[in-house]
Design a protein around this ligand. Structure first.
Ligand SMILES: Cc1cc2nc3c(=O)[nH]c(=O)nc-3n(C[C@H](O)[C@H](O)[C@H](O)COP(=O)(O)OP(=O)(O)OC[C@H]3O[C@@H](n4cnc5c(N)ncnc54)[C@H](O)[C@@H]3O)c2cc1C
Length: 372
């Protein structure tokens, strides 16, 4: 496909410029290259995926609440697409189940409600099973004796997001993508012929027919360069990695209530044999607040320690990620109001963005090119 014809210009020109080399920008680049478009990915860091795309829990989810949200639909689609793309692109994807566990009488009531709710969505293709006390221990021998109710939800997966990002970048490169690292987009001009000129702080100049804003935490600022208004609030997630525990499944508490800081999260086996606890859910003071406190680690331990029989030992690594949340609390995937359908903004791509990434990318390609 040649979208440029005979236009003469000194700046590098591309069919599509993608701002941000996270998992969303890279999947989008890959799918556009498959359509034989020329693609440049502009990234302010020196490598791909230095932000949320490698500072996450590595889980490929099956569904997301609220069930009727855009993020839930793209999560379900993304879960299926990862199976296909992991084979084509060559990143590891290990299947695993989640045990939604509870303790005590109150817990059992909540567990039964969770089971009933999930059963209603079983036709989305994942297994939901209520486990007896004995079966819980067969499935997960290291679970605490206090856990007396569990719902098993099948269809989850685990990836190594660093491997996924690197393989995607390599594949996109082999298909002809250009990458401009250490280049932060800080200027946008749209001329009358609808060409879009992007300028970077470091002096880079690009001309593109289409632009995809997949700038993660900064997608609101990038949208602002086009004249569009959004507001992102970073929310911190602290995750602790342990070497001395072994679990076969993701273990999550069905009781979501409790301290806001520890809402959600789980005990999550990783591909490298370590086990991740978390993430927490904490206010971040800025978009570069990657700091954690002892209190965050203590909160994780207090929440998850009672679910296991053995001692967890000390964490061997702590990873902090920042979620790009908006007050809308769902994904915003739309054309620029100021510029029109040549620019697509992706705003508020928080969890499960790693799962939804291939489905988001397919949606963006469709928005730009239709059914070509
Ligand atoms: C703690 C935590 C745990 C999570 N766990 C999971 C999970 O287990 N499963 C799941 O499915 N999802 C999870 N997520 C969500 C998932 O990680 C994100 O939704 C996903 O990585 C978002 O990808 P992205 O490409 O939009 O953003 P990013 O990875 O942040 O990429 C955006 C890129 O844009 C670049 N950029 C920004 N501004 C500019 C500019 N002006 N010019 C050039 N480049 C720019 C940035 O440097 C960055 O590299 C988690 C997130 C967090 C924070």
């Amino acid at each position: 496909m040649d979208l440029w014809g005979d236009v003469v210009e000194l700046a590098e020109k591309y069919d599509v410029a993608i701002i941000g080399a996270g998992v969303i920008g890279l999947f989008t680049a890959y799918l556009l290259l498959e359509k034989r478009l020329s693609v440049v990915v502009v990234e302010k860091n020196s490598r791909p995926g230095q932000e949320a795309s490698t500072r996450n829990a590595n889980v490929i989810h099956v569904v997301q609440t609220p069930f009727n949200s855009l993020k839930s639909r793209l999560c379900i689609e993304g879960n299926i697409l990862h199976k296909r793309y992991s084979e084509i692109i060559g990143y590891r994807l290990e299947p695993l189940d989640t045990l939604l566990v509870t303790r005590g009488m109150k817990g059992a009531v909540i567990g039964r409600i969770a089971y009933w709710l999930l059963k209603r969505y079983r036709n989305w293709g994942f297994k939901v099973e209520k486990l007896s006390r004995q079966k819980i221990r067969e499935v997960e021998p290291l679970i605490s004796r206090d856990v007396d109710y569990a719902v098993l939800v099948g269809g989850y997966g685990i990836v190594d997001s660093r491997e996924l990002v690197d393989k995607l970048e390599k594949t996109a490169r082999s298909l002809g993508a250009s990458f401009m690292y250490n280049n932060e987009v800080d200027r946008v001009e749209v001329d009358r012929s609808s060409r879009i000129r992007l300028g970077t702080k470091q002096g880079g100049e690009i001309l593109a027919k289409y632009v995809v804003n997949s700038a993660g935490l900064y997608a609101d600022r990038v949208a602002g360069l086009f004249g569009d208004k959004y507001s992102i609030k970073p929310v911190k997630g602290v995750m602790a990695l342990y070497r001395d525990i072994r679990v076969e499944n993701i273990i999550a508490s069905a009781i979501v209530a409790g301290r806001k800081k520890t809402k959600g999260g789980g005990i999550i086996p990783q591909l490298d044999g370590r086990v991740l606890l978390g993430p927490t859910y904490e206010e971040a003071s800025s978009r570069s607040d990657y700091y954690y406190t002892r209190e965050s680690l203590r909160a994780l331990e207090e929440k998850f320690r009672p679910l296991l029989r053995d001692d967890m030992g000390e964490p061997v690594e702590v990873v902090v990620g920042l979620r790009a949340t908006t007050s809308w609390r769902d994904y915003i995937i739309e054309y620029s109001r100021a510029v029109g359908p040549r620019v697509v903004h992706l705003v508020g791509i928080e969890s499960p963005g790693l799962t939804a990434a291939p489905a988001i990318a397919e949606k963006v390609v469709y928005m730009l090119l239709g059914d070509t």
